[in-house]
Design a protein around this ligand. Structure first.
Ligand SMILES: Cc1cc2nc3c(=O)[nH]c(=O)nc-3n(C[C@H](O)[C@H](O)[C@H](O)COP(=O)(O)O)c2cc1C
Length: 369
């Protein structure tokens, strides 16, 4: 039995898997297109997407917007006959959130995912674009949340102000890679386990499903590793999953081989929780750079990217963007890689096609258990 299809408002796709957006430069057009070609949702990460543009320091907003438009177009070109979708991930914490959302809508991207803060005014950009173009906008919008409370707040505001319900919702649990939507002390709380939060979010969305007259699929992420994990979480009410870590060690992943090797070499004990300059905890692979930061060493840098609303260049111990750009290029002594709690299990590099095949085999085998 294949995976169940995923219906998002008026669109149905064959693979209920989102490849989570991974910045900086880890998920760009190559990975996103490969996932869309398999029938899932491939997501381009918006965070500092213009890092390779010559004018990124001088014109960060323009450079990022230009790079985002370029990546969306390239992803489309590489997935012309795809049954899946192309999405972008635009974090609320980004200084150029509004500019990137406007660019993504103008490029007619299929889905915008937005977390790292509450995307309370996301529908206003769709409304603005529809008024300007005098036509309906088909871009879907999806908040990324870590609690039923957060999704209720967002859905209420969207409904009351814009008569809009989320097209789908991603729930991210504490085992995810990257920035985490929990306080550090709450990460190990049994009440915050993904399998506990998912049914709560599904329940919280029921009243909005009634209001808008359609299903609002809930996609679960953070620690989903095998096809059996996909089945388990879907049995608890998720309509599909969002996966990050497993997509890093694919040939199509846009990061350097050095970055992927850091994933292959990491053992379970090599992951750590950092307090990121973004003001949230994050899950990453332990590195000398992070050890130095833990020991109070500072890497003072001029702020060239002006990327995160909550980062104070005067007090931050290091520039997270620079650290992530270095890591993306494979210079892990000058940065670090975010990774999910399952990073110790990754042991080979596969094609996206092969990874999806394995996930399906595992999913099918778990039905016979
Ligand atoms: C290297 C890396 C970078 C990430 N960057 C982002 C990001 O820019 N924005 C975001 O919302 N989530 C980000 N995430 C989270 C992923 O999109 C995804 O939700 C998460 O990794 C799922 O957990 P998993 O890795 O256990 O599958 C990142 C994760 C990783 C591993």
């Amino acid at each position: 039995m294949p995976f169940p299809t995923l219906t998002i408002a008026d669109k149905t796709i064959p693979l209920p898997i989102i490849q989570g957006g991974m910045g900086v430069g880890v998920s760009l057009h190559k990975l996103a297109a490969a996932v869309a070609n398999e029938g899932g949702i491939g997501v381009i990460a918006g965070a500092l997407i213009g890092f390779r543009e010559k004018d990124i320091a001088k014109n960060p907003i323009e450079a990022d917007s230009r790079a985002l438009a370029g990546e969306i177009r390239a992803a489309r070109e590489h997935s012309q006959n795809a049954q899946g979708l192309i999405g972008v991930n635009i974090m609320v914490a980004l200084c150029n959130f509004a500019a990137l959302v406007r660019t993504a809508v103008a490029e007619k991207v299929d889905v915008i995912f937005s977390g790292a803060g509450l995307p309370l005014d996301l529908p206003s950009y769709l409304r603005e674009a529809a008024e300007k173009a005098q036509e309906e906008i088909h871009t879907k919008i999806a908040p990324i949340v870590s609690s039923a409370r957060a999704v209720s707040l967002i859905a209420k505001k969207w409904w009351n102000e814009y008569s809009k319900a989320p097209d789908l919702v991603v729930v991210e649990g504490p085992l995810a890679g990257g920035h985490l939507g929990f306080k550090r002390a709450e990460l190990d709380s049994p009440a915050n386990r993904l399998e506990i939060i998912v049914p709560q979010v599904v329940e919280a969305l029921k009243q909005f499903e009634d209001k808008c007259g359609r299903a609002i699929p809930v996609m679960a992420g953070g620690g989903i590793y095998t096809g059996a994990d996909i089945r388990d979480i879907m049995e608890r009410g998720a309509s599909g999953v969002q996966m990050g870590t497993r997509f890093v060690t694919t040939w199509e992943c846009d990061a350097s081989l050095g970055f992927k090797k850091a994933f292959l070499e990491a053992a379970e004990k090599d992951q750590m929780i950092i307090q990121s300059p973004v003001g949230m905890p994050g899950r990453a692979i332990r590195s000398q750079f992070l050890r130095d930061m833990e020991n109070g060493l500072k890497k003072p840098a001029n702020c060239i990217y002006h990327c995160i609303k909550t980062c104070d260049p005067a007090t931050t111990p290091y520039c997270i963007s620079l650290a992530l750009v270095n890591a993306q290029k494979g210079q892990l002594d000058r940065g670090f890689a975010f990774a999910g709690a399952n990073v110790g299990r990754v042991n080979d590099i596969l094609s996206v096609e092969k990874l999806v095949e394995i996930l399906l085999e595992e999913y099918e085998a778990s039905a016979r258990r």
